[in-house]
Unconditional design. Structure first.
Length: 441
């Protein structure tokens, strides 16, 4: 409770100071016939715009608080936690005349690296050159191109309290590097969107040292019935109620040359060395496909993903322990040991929901993880759970994603090797009950 109060107080104070200083700064700008225009819409943020110069600045904030209770039916064990799930602040600016955009986003709730978050405060820090509305070049830290579709959708627009376990198992979340995105016409109404990037492959740029080589990503998306309204492809619930059916089909892939973590989300967590104490790291590749459909409040999202690795087992002769010492032992052999510490396998996620005109929504989801023979997905404490069924009920207070209350229940099918967080073996079901409240500005 103390950490919750401190996080809330810190966010409120920073938000107040920023808005006050920004308003003061813009208030000192010279006013003319095109003068300064201030706009605010809940959930979309505060916008400052000077028509004479073409400069604009947007400030947005998001606060989500959750409670989570887990029940292990076979052992009759209960665990509960309360936390500030997300407390975020984002600044975004643009210059229409110079075709320049930027974004900086912070997470203030001290995320622990699970779900769709990364450890550390800085989430986005990028600048982009956009010569037209069909092409953009970006450099900096931002969301990964080769993550599943759900991770491209705003956290304030999700159908459920948490993203699917496919996302938490395989998502990279953030990358640092160079990104290119474009779109071209495909028929009368259709569009094809293309994206590619060259990034460090070590996730968010929290550490200076880059382990291994670079990571190469690509994605293609086909929208045969036209673009979604109000950025609908980046927002999960169909609050705007698409008046015409809209569909998007996509595929993506990536190759990470020399990865030093379980899935490329962090840097230097898992290191292997050759006989000369030089790094000898596995390559990691990922491919996937996804589908999004929306029409008059109904949303359908489907995702598939596959990962594998290439292990230089002939080169690896030792590994670095967590305490920095070295070891030459590899239980089960080098190849099996290295794979056993990575997120390898396949998964699919399918979810659907309907948002009524009174802004109540009912949603269902099914997620299936299929671990490779040697994979961290077999870890008995954190995974070794093969299937997840979710039911969610949400109440939205407006069509702006600004405020909502969500309740969810998830049933997990555990493998025989699974254990609880207390280390107790159980061979049955795991139930998770969640409540989320959200407000964004």
């Amino acid at each position: 409770m103390q950490s919750f109060i401190l996080s809330f107080f810190r966010t409120s104070l920073i938000s107040t100071l920023f808005i006050a200083s920004t308003a003061s700064s813009f208030g000192q700008l010279p006013m003319d016939a095109n003068g300064l225009v201030d706009a605010y819409e809940r959930g979309e943020g505060v916008v400052f715009h000077n028509r004479a110069s073409g400069y604009s600045l947007q400030f947005r904030g998001l606060a989500q608080f959750t409670s989570e209770t887990r029940y292990f039916s076979e052992t009759d064990e209960w665990t509960t936690r309360f936390r500030a799930r997300r407390i975020r602040m984002r600044w975004a600016g643009a210059s229409t005349s110079e075709k320049f955009r930027y974004r900086v986003q912070y997470e203030l709730s001290n995320p622990d690296g699970d779900g769709d978050d990364v450890s550390g405060m800085l989430m986005d820090a990028w600048c982009a050159y956009q010569p037209s509305n069909r092409f953009r070049l970006t450099f900096g830290q931002r969301s990964a191109i080769s993550d599943n579709l759900e991770l491209r959708m705003g956290s304030n627009t999700l159908q459920f309290v948490e993203r699917s376990r496919l996302t938490s198992a395989f998502g990279t979340i953030r990358e640092f590097g160079a990104f290119a995105e474009g779109r071209v016409r495909a028929g009368t109404n259709g569009w094809i969107k293309l994206a590619g990037s060259v990034v460090t492959g070590d996730g968010a740029a929290e550490r200076i040292e880059n382990h291994g080589g670079l990571k190469y990503e690509g994605r293609v998306m086909w929208l045969p019935l036209g673009l979604f309204r109000s950025f609908g492809e980046f927002r999960q619930v169909d609050l705007v109620r698409e008046v015409q059916p809209k569909i998007m089909v996509g595929s993506y892939g990536s190759l990470n040359r020399g990865m030093s973590s379980r899935r490329g989300r962090t840097s230097g967590d898992i290191l292997y060395l050759d006989g000369n104490f030089e790094e000898a790291l596995p390559d990691f590749w990922k491919i996937g496909a996804d589908l999004l459909f929306k029409f008059k409040g109904f949303t359908l999202l489907g995702e598939f993903i596959m990962t594998d690795a290439s292990v230089p087992d002939q080169e690896i002769v030792q590994r670095v322990r967590n305490n920095g010492t070295f070891s030459t032992t590899f239980e089960g052999g080098v190849d099996a040991y290295v794979r056993g510490r990575m997120m390898l396998g396949t998964a699919f996620n399918i979810q659907a929901g309907y948002c009524f005109t009174n802004l109540w929504s009912v949603d269902v989801r099914y997620t299936k993880l299929n671990a490779a023979d040697n994979s961290f997905l077999n870890n008995p404490t954190f995974y070794a759970r093969s299937a997840y069924q979710d039911l969610g009920v949400s109440r939205y207070f407006g069509r702006d994603y600004g405020a909502k209350l969500q309740l969810g229940v998830m049933h997990t099918e555990a493998d025989p090797a699974a254990v609880t967080t207390a280390g107790n073996a159980f061979g049955g079901s795991e139930w998770t009950f969640r409540v989320l409240s959200q407000f964004s500005i």
